[in-house]
Design a protein around this ligand. Structure first.
Ligand SMILES: Cc1ncc(COP(=O)(O)O)c(C=O)c1O
Length: 405
């Protein structure tokens, strides 16, 4: 079935296509000047010292975890066997790099309002082996960073932020992604900006940034800021072919970066239209389906502080039905879909329940009740910055149909 209002739609226009064509004409296809430019623009937009582009948000997560267990200088904050707190409401490739690199993910429950890690659940899961937290800012909403940072400080925990879903969200004037040791971002098709496939990492730690550069491209010394130090230390090696870390190849393409630069210029306007649609959807929910909650709607009231005053950047619209709602979630989804609106679970519901965990050493907090409630009574629909009249009409008619229940 083709939906008038799919989960995601392209935001590319003539400018992105022109930028892509210019790269094809240039004869420079893999990582080069376009990537460097996009990285500088992205770092400035987010307010971070460094940004590193890779080929996906999943690769960003992989590199960040690797850089936490292997530093070319100084001590690594994590070692194999350490436990890292993760939300059970997670995208799989936030958790799998921990498994792949010998760390132990500890699934904890999420806060019903922010959908990010619930700190009481996290506290109940602590052991002497807990050394990290891999936080996700969920579907556009920045987590409570005052409480999260205090928790990490009190328990000697190093924080990584997965900000793949929440570019443009802020907490008290600081953009999500600036609170942990590093943060990841996804530029996949359905995210706030798209480079077709692509990812970013931001950090303020220049030594770590050098390690990420090596990890991105085979472990090479080439792109590092401290290249000459390594050359002096290993004079017997050809400096063009020296490898500092056991790296990967997750390099991005020039074409992606060129399109990303155009998308970044449109980001503020796209965030504004996402928020405008969120206000409409919040209004329809109240009017036609008061027995379900648009999660995060309370942030729509905050109109102060410009872009940095926004806690929410609305990647999608996640809903949770009240326990005593007049119909089940399956029926609500059916009504949306027959009206042309595509639906999905809220991320993956509860990741701890998925069979891939049979291949991993994991631990789980005593209760994941809030995650289970999202699996049983939650769903989400897309949030389109460039919604067309047909899509908007489908959305409105779905809500009006719910009002007849
Ligand atoms: C929280 C989160 N982390 C990581 C990713 C992975 O990003 P990518 O699809 O670019 O690999 C996603 C993708 O949707 C995500 O939602």
């Amino acid at each position: 079935m083709k939906f008038s209002y799919p989960l995601a739609a392209t935001t590319f226009g003539a400018e992105e296509i022109e930028a892509a064509k210019a790269v094809l004409d240039s004869n420079q296809f893999t990582m080069g000047e376009c990537v460097k430019r996009f990285e500088a623009e992205f770092a400035a937009w987010v307010g971070a010292k460094h940004a590193l582009m890779v080929n996906s948000g999943s690769s960003s997560n992989l590199l960040m975890v690797d850089a936490m267990i292997r530093r070319s200088k100084g001590n690594a904050p994590w070692k194999k066997g350490d436990e890292v707190l993760v939300p059970a409401l997670a995208w799989p490739t936030t958790v799998w790099p921990l498994v792949q690199l010998g760390l132990v993910p500890v699934y904890v429950d999420v806060d019903p309002k922010t959908l990010a890690i619930d700190l009481e659940s996290a506290r109940s899961a602590l052991t002497p082996k807990t050394k990290g937290m891999f936080l996700i800012h969920v579907l556009g909403q920045c987590a409570d960073m005052a409480a999260t940072l205090a928790f990490c400080r009190d328990h000697g925990i190093s924080l990584l932020e997965d900000n793949c879903e929440s570019l443009g969200a802020n907490f008290d004037g600081t953009a999500a992604g600036n609170f942990g040791v590093m943060a990841s971002y996804s530029c996949y098709y359905s995210h706030h900006i798209s480079t077709m496939e692509g990812g970013m990492i931001t950090t303020n730690d220049s030594e770590l940034f050098d390690d990420l550069r090596s990890l991105r491209a085979h472990g090479w010394v080439r792109d590092r800021g401290d290249k000459t130090e390594w050359e002096a230390k290993y004079p017997e090696l050809d400096p063009r072919f020296m490898f500092v870390l056991p790296g990967y190849n997750v390099r991005p393409l020039e074409i992606s970066a060129a399109m990303g630069s155009v998308q970044l210029r449109k980001l503020d306007a796209m965030l504004d239209s996402r928020e405008k649609l969120a206000s409409e959807v919040a209004g329809w929910t109240k009017q036609f389906a008061p027995w379900m909650t648009l999660i995060g709607a309370e942030h729509l009231a905050a109109k102060d502080g410009g872009r940095r005053g926004r806690r929410h950047s609305w990647m999608t619209f996640p809903f949770r039905l009240d326990a005593n709602a007049p119909i089940k979630v399956a029926k609500v989804k059916e009504i949306f879909e027959t009206n042309g609106v595509d639906t999905r679970p809220v991320i993956a519901g509860n990741l701890a329940r998925h069979p891939a965990n049979l291949h991993a050493e994991t631990r789980t907090a005593n209760s994941l009740a809030n995650c289970d409630a999202l699996l049983e009574r939650g769903f989400m629909i897309g949030c389109h910055p460039l919604v067309d009249p047909k899509g908007r009409a489908a959305l409105e008619s779905a809500f009006r149909a719910l009002g007849k229940i």
